[in-house]
Design a protein around this ligand. Structure first.
Ligand code: DAH
Length: 329
């Protein structure tokens, strides 16, 4: 009995000294396992008298119960410690400001080109991309602008060699498409054009969208209808539009369209007109049968007006603070 009491106090000390579940488990096996110490005591019972057996086994059972409850108690303690350690380790500081995902958006010029394209696609136009390196014939000669024509001087051309150049206008595509397609023709050509110019309303590279319609009985009223409807769609009904007679060698009659802004200032946004019979002749279209109208819209100009941008150059300076102001749905 003395032995049993001693054993119990040793076991309790052992249990209390454990720091991990593994250690506790080892103790459980050592004392309570099949080949454990308590069982070896039980095996010895057979040598005792009946009375002793009874007393002795009751005591062992009593000790066993106590050990189990000590182990369970310790087990709970250790689990709690482990849980707290985990909570400490995996703690999340909910007061930290979150990381924001900065959403990008289209460049305002790209967005304008997309919306102009969409408008004309709805009217049955086809949009195609076109080469930025052109030759003298498509950019000038075929458009009725021969060498020494004063209109060439206004274009400040970047020449690549004696024949090739960075196109100064998307009008060169009128020639390419009229040579390739048979009327009826209804196309738009968005793209970059280049002129050696630099101030608040000019950059050496800018964008135009050229439009071309070739069919029987096309006249100036078709052109006006399309331009008005496009501008009302793009700006909303509030704008003031002014058609002003003008001159382009490849159209007759020719016009320019100005938009009058809130301060009463006007900004030229496009050129247009009826395609010159000489140009039709250059591309072998019979001008007694077909007529054509065309227009070239300055993309930066209409974007400036739409968003109230005062310096055209800011579109290409890539200042993120400027670009971030443009958000679309
Ligand atoms: N290409 C002209 C320019 O860059 C704009 C233009 C005028 C285009 C009249 C046209 C047009 O299609 O008919 O200044």
């Amino acid at each position: 009995m003395l032995n049993l009491n001693k054993l119990f106090s040793t076991i309790t000390t052992d249990i209390n000294n454990t720091n991990t579940s593994n250690q506790l488990n080892a103790i459980r096996i050592k004392y309570l396992g099949k080949k454990g110490i308590l069982n070896s005591y039980i095996r010895n019972i057979k040598y005792f008298s009946f009375e002793e057996k009874k007393k002795y086994s009751m005591m062992i059972n009593h000790i066993k119960k106590n050990i189990i409850s000590e182990i369970n108690k310790k087990d709970k303690e250790l689990n709690l410690i482990m849980l707290n350690q985990r909570i400490q380790k995996e703690k999340i500081d909910i007061s930290l400001p979150g990381r924001r995902v900065h959403q990008g958006s289209l460049h305002p010029i790209t967005h304008t080109i997309n919306s102009v394209n969409n408008f004309f696609l709805k009217l049955g136009f086809q949009a195609i991309n076109s080469p930025e390196i052109e030759d003298e014939y498509h950019n000038f000669d075929a458009l009725n602008i021969p060498k020494n024509h004063p209109a060439r001087d206004t274009h400040d051309t970047f020449w690549l060699d004696s024949n090739r150049l960075l196109r100064t206008q998307t009008s060169s595509m009128q020639i390419r498409i009229m040579k390739k397609e048979k009327p009826p023709i209804r196309f738009i050509f968005p793209g970059k054009v280049y002129r050696n110019d630099y101030d608040v309303t000019h950059t050496p590279m800018f964008h135009q969208i050229e439009g071309l319609i070739v069919d029987k009985n096309i006249n100036f009223s078709h052109l006006k209808w399309i331009i008005y409807n496009f501008l009302y769609d793009f700006f909303g009904k509030k704008i003031v539009i002014k058609f002003r007679p003008s001159y382009f060698p490849f159209t007759v009659p020719s016009a320019e369209v100005d938009i009058i802004n809130d301060d009463g200032k006007s900004l030229e946004i496009l050129g247009c007109g009826m395609v010159h019979p000489q140009v039709l002749k250059n591309v072998n279209i019979d001008s007694s049968l077909y007529s054509a109208c065309a227009f070239g819209i300055g993309i930066e100009r209409i974007t400036m007006l739409r968003y109230g941008v005062s310096d055209l150059r800011s579109f290409f300076e890539n200042d993120i603070r400027f670009l971030k102001q443009f958000k679309y749905n």
